[in-house]
Design a protein around this ligand. Structure first.
Ligand code: PSU
Ligand code: MN
Length: 302
């Protein structure tokens, strides 16, 4: 059922730093051709920073950890692949299907292979105006002992409600060099993180202690790069419009987040896409630094 690339399985066995990368952002989160370019550059960034990238996806029913160039291309170019959350994995395996794994599904697969650090853009959360559309990313993060590096939750969501959920679930929301909880495209959501750390060593120390106490995931919230970040007030108008259109068109379930992200990209004249790409890259680099710190700490304890 699991298929680790040789490089990733070696790295895990040798205690080298590994960074998991999700694939729904490739299959459903970004337009072509930026999706493939982004997937390739995230892997390059992780390598340059001294860690091994492990892009996770389901291909022909196998839970793949570490993809080769051809697999990445197929995933990015096939418009019919599934969006796979935690609940969808078993069916995809049984039916030998392919798909991009969400943060939730990626967390589950990464944890099974003992990967401890994962980079994404923005985590899912509580959707606006819908008490029950809560991403499976939240309970899964609470369960799996990983550091998830993101720029907060996607701004299309109800951010205060999402933060409340993290508290309920016992997930530390740690600001990376900031007290402000970022809002994906924006540096500051107007909400606060629960803790702050200054560097990767601080994250690693906090995460190890959290795990010793029986905790699961740690959300590391990194502000998006300032050059492409968009002020909150500007983004809000596009989101309100996109959400109204989604409601009017009856967009539901798994289709909601991809619809909103694509519509906000259009309404912003591509600015939100530039911000999204930049923050994904920024998060990959930070994740590699955290993975290195955790690997070093493990070595010194061994
Ligand atoms: N981050 C991005 N773009 C994305 C996602 C994250 O910058 O498209 C994906 C992740 O895979 C996340 C998913 O798990 O969106 C959330 O989907 P939903 O709201 O349906 O749970
Ligand atoms: Mn949902």
């Amino acid at each position: 059922m699991f298929k680790l690339s040789l490089e990733v399985s070696r790295a895990i066995l040798n205690g080298q730093p590994v960074v998991a990368l999700e694939s729904t952002v490739i299959t459903h989160g970004l337009p072509r051709p930026q999706n493939l370019e982004l997937a390739q550059s995230l892997e390059a960034i992780v390598r340059q920073a001294g860690a091994i990238p492990a892009t996770i996806a389901v291909i022909d029913g196998e839970l793949c950890v570490g993809l080769d160039a051809a697999q990445l291309e197929t995933l990015a170019s096939n418009p019919h692949v599934r969006k796979l959350s935690s609940r969808d994995l078993a069916a995809a395996v049984a039916q030998k299907a392919s798909g991009g794994t969400t943060v939730a599904a990626t967390l589950r697969i990464a944890a099974s292979t003992r990967i401890r650090v994962f980079a994404t853009g923005g985590i899912g959360g509580v959707h606006r105006g819908s008490q029950w559309d809560v991403s499976a990313d939240l309970p899964e993060l609470a369960r799996q002992p990983l550091v998830l590096v993101c720029a907060g939750a996607k701004a299309i969501l109800d951010l205060p409600a999402t933060l409340e959920q993290f508290e309920t679930l016992g997930v530390p929301v740690v600001g990376y060099g900031t007290d402000a909880y970022p809002a994906f495209y924006s540096v500051d959501s107007g909400l606060a993180t629960s803790n702050r750390v200054e560097d990767a060593a601080g994250v690693a120390a906090l995460a190890r202690t959290h795990w010793q106490l029986g905790g699961g995931g740690v959300l590391l919230a990194a502000p998006p790069p300032a050059e492409t970040a968009i002020p909150r007030d500007e983004v809000e108008g596009w989101i309100v419009q996109a959400q109204a259109e989604a409601d009017a068109q009856g967009i539901r379930g798994q289709a909601v987040s991809p619809f909103l992200l694509a519509r906000v990209a259009e309404l912003s004249g591509g600015r939100s896409l530039q911000a999204n790409l930049a923050l994904l890259k920024n998060n990959a680099k930070i994740a590699a630094e955290v993975a290195k710190e955790l690997a070093e700490a493990n070595m010194s304890h061994a």
